[in-house]
Design a protein around this ligand. Structure first.
Ligand code: SF4
Length: 367
């Protein structure tokens, strides 16, 4: 019979409105962006800018900074100006900080319109100021900050409650003709979070900011975010992502990038293909893989580097990679594109791989 094309792994991306977060487009088919949030005091201008520079270097597209006080609002113009990537000001209660952030040149503001309307109905003024300045917003809810009325109505922070709350917030801006926002409906349970985003995606065309909130320390948080984002991204849902970890924000960006790279939603960069090790291993594969990963961290070209513990299965895998090592008898056979180019003593494996990787990377950059 006729050969059938294999089913695509990822569904086509859901059509969403496109907004701009400064120079970064979100939604409407734009590449999925990776976000993080600084952990410094925003008033510590140098510390904050230093962290933003580290985030930028690790592949962060958009950064958010907290604005809990007037002192924080006062330094936003410096941070927005000096940051290499768009800055989102994170504001919960005080409309005056929203106006300050817009005036300061922030690319976007994360607002809680429910709170703003409840305490000081300035939603219309915010919509106008944002529209005039070309600033977009993020709205939406966390399970932890859900309106009491909706909690009571739904019996808890259920997917329906999260979506109802988010769409109500959206309607507050829609009343003023403002639609340049993205929405999040975060929950700490990946299953509830997936259900909420599916429902939200079915009910609106706004770009969606994916997040599992309070995901936990690096190990647990990485897994929670990866599983939840993997499900949603495979269904075409999600326009920008933030991995929340109780860990340095650079770690969040690395995980976010790796999730997108794993799904081919972002070009792959360095990929370490290391074996799990087994009784045949003649070298400490864990340490070797870690040292190679560390040594190659700055590489920006797509390179598959294989680190194999023995010469039984090692050479086969190493041949598939751009560069690799198979260890045995206190030595390492170094492979480049399937050919053994040299054999080095064990204590020179890491340095040799790093030197070869840099040489290949330089060649790739020049072609
Ligand atoms: Fe074991 Fe060798 Fe395979 Fe590593 S490459 S898992 S050491 S057989």
């Amino acid at each position: 019979g006729m050969p059938t094309a294999p089913a695509p792994v990822l569904a086509p991306r859901r059509p969403t409105r496109r907004i701009q977060v400064g120079k970064v487009a979100v939604g409407g088919g734009a590449p999925i962006s990776v976000q993080s949030m600084t952990t410094t005091k925003t008033t510590d201008i140098n510390g904050t800018l230093q962290q933003i520079a580290e985030l930028t270097a690790s592949g962060c597209d958009i950064v958010r900074v907290a604005v809990p006080s007037q002192d924080d609002a006062d330094v936003l113009h410096i941070i927005a100006k000096k940051s290499q990537i768009p800055v989102i000001a994170d504001i919960h209660f005080q409309p005056k900080y929203v106006f300050a952030a817009i005036d300061a040149g922030c690319a976007a503001v994360r607002v809680n319109p429910g709170n703003i309307r409840q305490f000081d109905d300035k939603v219309g003024e915010i919509a106008k100021a944002a529209a005039d300045a070309g600033v977009s917003l993020r709205i939406g809810v966390n399970a932890g900050s859900l309106d009491k009325r909706l909690l009571a109505k739904h019996g808890g922070p259920t997917p329906d409650a999260l979506v109802e709350s988010a769409l109500w917030e959206a309607s507050l801006f829609e009343e003023h003709g403002f639609r340049d926002f993205k929405i999040s409906v975060k929950h700490n349970d990946p299953i509830v979070m997936v259900q909420a985003y599916r429902k939200l995606s079915a009910e609106c065309e706004y770009p969606l900011h994916l997040g599992v909130t309070e995901a936990g320390p690096a190990f647990q948080g990485t897994i929670k975010s990866s599983t939840a984002f993997g499900i949603l991204l495979a269904e075409g849902i999600g326009d920008t992502i933030r991995v929340s970890l109780s860990a340095p924000p650079v770690e969040e960006v690395k995980v976010g990038n790796k999730i997108l790279e794993s799904l081919n939603l972002r070009p792959r960069k360095l990929e370490i293909v290391s074996c799990p090790s087994c009784g045949r291993a003649q070298v400490d594969v864990y340490t070797l893989a870690e040292q190679v990963t560390e040594g190659l961290e700055g590489l920006t070209v797509p390179l598959r580097v294989a680190v194999m513990g023995c010469v039984v299965n090692g050479p086969g895998e190493a041949r598939e990679a751009d560069l690799g090592v198979a260890s045995g008898n206190g030595k390492g056979q170094i492979f480049v594109k399937g050919e053994v180019i040299k054999t080095v003593p064990e204590d020179e494996i890491v340095a040799t791989l790093i030197a070869e990787a840099n040489r290949i990377a330089a060649e790739m950059e020049h072609t």
